[in-house]
Design a protein around this ligand. Structure first.
Ligand code: ASP
Length: 407
C-alpha cells in the first residue's frame, strides 16, 4: 500500500481529471448526475467527519497548549511572535496583490454592463467598519456551551485560553483536569488518524464535483482576473512564505511541502481552513513542531491568519474599481490594504467566507457592494488555492514561532 501522503496526491490528480471528464458529459446524462450525486455524498461525509472533531479539538488543543506554555513561562514570547508573524505575512500578501493589480490592471478593458443583470438581482448586506468591529468583539465572548453548539470557533478559542491560563495559575489543584484534557486531546487525534484513512476518497470526491460544476464560458469572461489571483497567490505560497521559513528556520521548502502536503491538499479540496485544522495539527507534528506551540498557533491561525484571503480581497477590490472605471488614489489603496487585512482576519475558515467580509473592503473606498455578484460564481474555484495558502501560512507560522520561542 503506498503511503497516505502519496495516496492523497494521486487522489487529487485523479479528482481533477475525472471532474473534467464529468464536466464534458451532457448536463442531463444519467452518468453525470450519478457521479455528481456520489461525489457530493462522499465529499460531505468526509467534511462532516472533520467538522465533527473540530470543536472538541480546538478547545482541548488550545487549553492544553496555553497551559503548557504558561507553565514554561513562554506564553508572552509565543503570543508576540505569533502576532508579529500574522501581521507581517498578511501585510506582505496584501502588498503582493496591490502591486500586481496596479501593474496588470485586471478588468480595465471589460464593461460593467456585462454584469448588470447579476448585480441588479443581488442584494448586498451592509457591513461598515464600525459594524464589523462591533460584531467581531461582541462574538469574542460567549457562553461556551452556545459557542460549542454553534461552532463559533473564535469564541471557543478565547474560552480555551482563559481555561489554559487558569489551569496553570491554579497550580496543583487542577492537575487532574489538565491531565484529563491532555488525554482527551490524544483521543481526538486518534479519531483524526482514522478519518485520515478516508481522506484520499474524500478529496477525490470533492474535486470531481468542484471541477465538473465549473461554468467555462463565465470563467473565460473574467479569465485575466482569475489568472492574476492564481499567480499572485501562488507567488505568495511558493516564494514569500517559503522565503520567510528559510530565512528564520533554515528549513528547505521541499522538506516543508513534503511534511505539510496532506493539509495543503485537504485545504485545496475542502476550501475550509477550519475543516483542515485536524490535519494541519497532524502535519505540524510530522514537521516536529512542539505540540504546545502547534496547539496554540494553528487553531488561532485557522480563524485569523488568512494570507490568501487578504490577498484576494485586495485584488478583488482593485478589479471592481477597474470594472466600474474608478481610479483609486494612493490613499484609497492604503485603505484597501488595511481593510483587506482586517476583513480577512474576521473571516471564519469556511468556504467563501472571504466573500462576506469583502463587502467591507469595497464599501470602505466607496465601491458598489453589489459587485460581489460578479465574483460569487468564480469564488468556489478561487477559494481552492486561497485556502491552501491560508493553511500553508498557519503551518509555516507554527514552525517560525517554534524557532523563535526558546525551548
Ligand atoms: N475558505 C477560506 C478558508 O477557509 C476563507 C475564505 O473564504 O477566504 O481559509
Amino acid at each position: 500500500m503506498p503511503s497516505l501522503n502519496l495516496q492523497i496526491l494521486v487522489a487529487a490528480v485523479l479528482g481533477l481529471a475525472f471532474g473534467w471528464l464529468t464536466g464534458l458529459m451532457p448536463t442531463d446524462s444519467e452518468l453525470r448526475l450519478g457521479v455528481i450525486y456520489a461525489s457530493t455524498l462522499i465529499g460531505s461525509i468526509f467534511v462532516g467527519l472533520l467538522q465533527m472533531v473540530l470543536i472538541p479539538l480546538v478547545f482541548t488543543s488550545i487549553a492544553v497548549g496555553v497551559a503548557n506554555l504558561q507553565a514554561h513561562r513562554q506564553v508572552n514570547r509565543v503570543w508576540m511572535s505569533t502576532l508579529a508573524y500574522f501581521v507581517l505575512t498578511l501585510g506582505l500578501a496584501t502588498l503582493v496583490a496591490l502591486i500586481a493589480s496596479n501593474l496588470f490592471r485586471p478588468g480595465a478593458g471589460l464593461s460593467i454592463e456585462l454584469f448588470a443583470d447579476a448585480m441588479d438581482s443581488f442584494e448586498a448586506r451592509q457591513l461598515t467598519l464600525p459594524e464589523f468591529f462591533l460584531h467581531f468583539f461582541a462574538n469574542l465572548f460567549q457562553n461556551p456551551f452556545a459557542a460549542f453548539a454553534n461552532g463559533s470557533i473564535l469564541a471557543v478559542v478565547v474560552f480555551a485560553m482563559f481555561m489554559g491560563v487558569a489551569l496553570v495559575t491554579g497550580g496543583e489543584r487542577y492537575r487532574n483536569i489538565l491531565l484529563v484534557l491532555q488525554e482527551f486531546l490524544e483521543l481526538i487525534m486518534r479519531i483524526v488518524s482514522w478519518i485520515m484513512r478516508l481522506a484520499p476518497l474524500g478529496i477525490l470526491a470533492l474535486l470531481i464535483r468542484l471541477v465538473a460544476e465549473q461554468d467555462v464560458a463565465l470563467l473565460s469572461a473574467v479569465g485575466g482576473f482569475i489568472a492574476l489571483v492564481f499567480a499572485t497567490t501562488l507567488f505568495h505560497g511558493l516564494v514569500v512564505l517559503p522565503g520567510i521559513l528559510f530565512f528564520i528556520t533554515g528549513k528547505s521548502p521541499l522538506w516543508f511541502w513534503r511534511g505539510a502536503r496532506e493539509a495543503l491538499v485537504t485545504a485545496f479540496a475542502t476550501s475550509s481552513s477550519a475543516a483542515t485544522l485536524p490535519i494541519s495539527l497532524r502535519c505540524a507534528e510530522q514537521l516536529k513542531v512542539r505540540r504546545e506551540v502547534a496547539s496554540f498557533v494553528l487553531p488561532l491561525g485557522a480563524t485569523m491568519n488568512m494570507d490568501g484571503t487578504a490577498l484576494y480581497e485586495a485584488a478583488a477590490a482593485l478589479f471592481v474599481a477597474n470594472l466600474v472605471g474608478i481610479e483609486l488614489s494612493f490613499a484609497q489603496q492604503m485603505v484597501v490594504f488595511l481593510t483587506a487585512m482586517i476583513a480577512s482576519t474576521g473571516a471564519p475558515g469556511i468556504p467563501s467566507a472571504g466573500m462576506v467580509t469583502m463587502v467591507m473592503v469595497l464599501q470602505a473606498v466607496g465601491l458598489p457592494a453589489e459587485a460581489i455578484a460578479i465574483l460569487l460564481p468564480i469564488d468556489r474555484l478561487l477559494d481552492t488555492v486561497r485556502t491552501a495558502v491560508n493553511v500553508e501560512g498557519d503551518i509555516v507560522g507554527s514552525l517560525v514561532v517554534d524557532k523563535l520561542a526558546p525551548q
